[in-house]
Design a protein around this ligand. Structure first.
Ligand code: GLU
Length: 423
């Protein structure tokens, strides 16, 4: 059950990272103490304990969370993760990052996150369905197409979203596709949503590499993870001529200095359940993967994997954060001093929520766009957000993370001041 990607401090350290990052941006912006207190605190937190009947007939009680961090700029938006180490603090951190992420790419949303403490690898499909439907019911006071719109995250996907959409719709007596995004196409999902986060990461890598004069053709890319974000980032970067020298999962990594073919790795994982042992690769650990000599490192698994301890040994020129919160504030400082360019999560992985927004807009219009329309609109959003963050970083002489946070926090602060404090 213990995953190699998680350490025991992960949970608390995510919230510590999120708050430290926020304070740094607030300091730099000279944010007034009252406003700072408003933006720091999660607006709503729901904890639910609920029973699920397991396949053998016994009952288990699971704990789930839904946290809405901030709603100043629109309805709450953010994924739901299933993981044994989910905690309220972790969900709080992830919800805060969603607020900033939506603001960086100018989506009219606030931030939220949800999670259920469970090990999905030990649950059958039927058990996962019952757990999901009951969790959706438990958090139904919060979620809705105008209030809070969940999406996939770690260990959840289109099928999970289909069950939530169906459960919510059954309660109302008619179909409400816009209550979740990341749905299958057959029930109001969007073209391009499954690969959207990976595609957004690819645009950010391209923009960063261009500014550092690193050709993507032949560039060595090490990717931690092989879930939704990592796999699509690997496939798309490979298609652009980059060399994917390593990928990993919770059991370890596969390293091939001459490059892996992500499609072959996906097939191998499908057959064996892991990327470890993929053809023509050597087994490495997740820790070793982060220290490989490469042009681009993409942490695309869980939080707090690049720390004060290993940051001095990171040998990438660009770190493109596919995961949320993979780098601790201490590691950030070390990487910055060592001249490693970090493209921060709230910019780098915003492609997912951007296409979620497109899906929500399409559902509300009941009018659907082509894949080409999705891709070109996504590219426009990502490239212009990247340019905004780059400009901010040059103007203020700060790294890209602080620049992105300053942009985001100032947009949410402005919305809050414009609305005024009720009553
Ligand atoms: N879970 C993804 C994220 O962390 C997507 C959220 C969404 O689409 O709402 O950005």
């Amino acid at each position: 059950m213990a995953s190699e990607l998680v350490s025991s401090q992960v949970v608390d350290s995510a919230l510590r990272s999120a708050l430290t990052q926020f304070e740094a941006a607030a300091d730099r912006l000279g944010l007034d103490p009252g406003l700072r207190a408003v933006l720091r605190a999660p607006k709503r937190e729901l904890i639910v304990n609920f029973p699920v009947e397991m396949d053998d007939g016994h009952i288990e009680v699971f704990t789930g969370y839904r946290v809405q961090h901030n709603l100043a700029r629109g309805p709450a938006k953010g994924g739901i993760r299933y993981h044994p180490r989910v905690s309220l603090d972790e969900v709080r951190a992830l919800a805060m990052w969603m607020t900033w992420k939506c603001a960086v790419v100018r989506l009219p949303y606030g931030g939220a996150k949800g999670g259920v403490v469970c090990d999905p690898k030990r649950l059958s499909q039927r058990e996962l369905e019952r757990l999901t439907r009951r969790y959706a019911t438990e958090i139904s006071p919060l979620i809705g197409p105008d209030s809070d719109i969940p999406a996939p995250d770690v260990n959840t996907g289109p099928q999970t979203m289909a069950w939530i959409m169906d459960t919510y719709s059954m309660h109302h007596g008619y179909s409400i596709p816009a209550v979740v995004t990341g749905k299958p196409l057959s029930i109001g999902g969007s073209e391009g949503r499954p690969e959207a986060t990976g595609r957004g990461v690819t645009y950010c890598v391209r923009e960063a590499a261009r500014r550092l004069d690193i050709p993507l053709q032949g560039a060595r890319v090490a990717i931690q993870g092989f879930g939704n974000v990592a796999e699509y980032a690997a496939r798309l970067l490979h298609a652009q001529g980059a060399r994917i020298i390593a990928v990993s999962d919770s059991r370890g990594g596969a390293f091939a200095p001459n490059g892996l073919n992500p499609a072959d790795v996906a097939r191998f994982k499908q057959e064996t359940g892991s990327v470890v042992g993929a053809p023509h690769s050597r087994r490495i650990s997740n820790a070793e993967l982060l220290e490989l000599e490469c042009e681009v490192l993409v942490p695309a698994a869980l939080e707090s994997v690049i720390t004060e301890e290993n940051a001095p040994r990171v040998r990438a020129r660009i770190v493109a954060e596919g995961a949320n919160g993979p780098t601790t504030p201490e590691a950030d400082r070390i990487l910055h001093e060592r001249g490693v360019l970090v493209v921060p999560d709230i910019l780098c992985n915003a492609g997912g929520v951007t296409v979620s927004y497109f899906e929500w807009v399409q559902d509300r219009d009941a009018f659907f766009w082509t894949a080409e329309e999705i891709y070109s609109r996504l590219e426009r959003v990502m490239v212009s957000a990247f340019a905004d963050v780059w400009r901010m970083s040059e103007q203020h002489g700060v790294d890209l993370r602080l620049a992105a946070l300053m942009l985001a926090v100032s947009r949410v602060a402005e919305a809050t001041l414009t609305r005024g404090i009720y009553p």
